[in-house]
Design a protein around this ligand. Structure first.
Ligand code: ZN
Ligand code: ZN
Length: 272
């Protein structure tokens, strides 16, 4: 039995998350299931631009989402910065885009990475996860732990941290990313889905964690509606579900070749 943010007791013996209630314990939601369940909105709430370690500029990302995806909502979540997302929102507001936009950040907490959505101010890295969650909530944002439970990735929150938050009286998570389309999720997506459905019952989201524009939308969150406010409402009520696929080989290849070129350039500059 754990406490939710409303002080309600959560009975962990049954899954209280309505969005994934009809799914098997290790399954994401397919497109057909999403449409059948009325969760026809598609959001990708985790991606990176050149403001951190992504390859796409904010202009390229907005253009790509508009013309090459069917996403209804995106969140830009660069590592430990919010400036790119704020600038992207300005560009988005001036353009005529058919999708909705959320300002976010992927915070490097001491215990692992965490997404902050619907924020306006940067949250500094290297704080405890509890303090980081508090700072997100002070701004009225949502705190979502991303790519958790990966035993090999040092930026992944582990079980004891999730247990600690779940048992806390004052700190709560608004959601958990149980589908991450990058290498971080290859083995652990199924583990995260199983443990969340058996133990925590937090609302589940799926995201691409795209570092290249072409990977945007590979992971997604299914929800009812089509706006950023709809996504927020559905996450808060647990009526959302993770979906999508993993990155393709060329997503890895683009990222790797970019990083190799960057390293060579730095080496050349040092020699010169
Ligand atoms: Zn991360
Ligand atoms: Zn990321």
């Amino acid at each position: 039995m754990f406490s939710s943010k409303y002080g309600k007791a959560i009975d962990t013996s049954e899954n209280t998350n309505r969005g994934v209630g009809g799914l098997k314990i290790r399954r994401k939601m397919t497109r057909d299931q999403a449409h059948y369940s009325g969760l026809s909105g598609r959001a990708d709430l985790h991606m990176h631009s050149t403001f951190s370690d992504g390859l796409g500029t904010i202009q390229q990302i907005l253009h790509h989402v508009q013309y090459n995806t069917d996403l209804d909502v995106i969140a830009l979540t660069d590592h430990n910065v919010v400036e790119g997302a704020l600038r992207a929102r300005d560009l988005w507001a001036k353009g005529r885009y058919r999708f909705d936009f959320i300002v976010g950040e992927e915070i490097s907490t001491r215990e692992g990475h965490m997404l902050a959505l619907f924020i306006e101010k940067r949250i500094p890295p290297h704080l405890s996860i509890e303090r980081s969650i508090d700072l997100v909530h002070e701004q009225g944002g949502l705190a979502i732990v991303d790519h958790p439970l990966n035993p090999l990735f040092r930026h992944s929150c582990q079980r004891e941290v999730l247990d600690r938050i779940a048992e806390s009286e004052n700190v709560w998570l608004d959601g958990i990313e149980t589908w991450n389309a990058s290498f971080c999720g290859i083995y652990t997506n199924r583990l995260a889905m199983r443990i969340n459905r058996e133990v925590y019952g937090w609302p589940e989201v799926g995201n691409s964690d795209a570092h290249t524009t072409y990977a945007i939308g590979r992971g997604c969150t299914w929800f009812e509606g089509s706006t950023a406010l709809d996504v927020r409402t559905r996450i808060e009520s647990g009526e959302c579900a993770p979906g999508g696929k993993l990155w393709r080989m060329h997503d890895y290849w683009r990222l790797a070749s970019h990083r190799i070129q960057k390293r060579r350039k730095v080496r050349r500059e040092r020699v010169a």
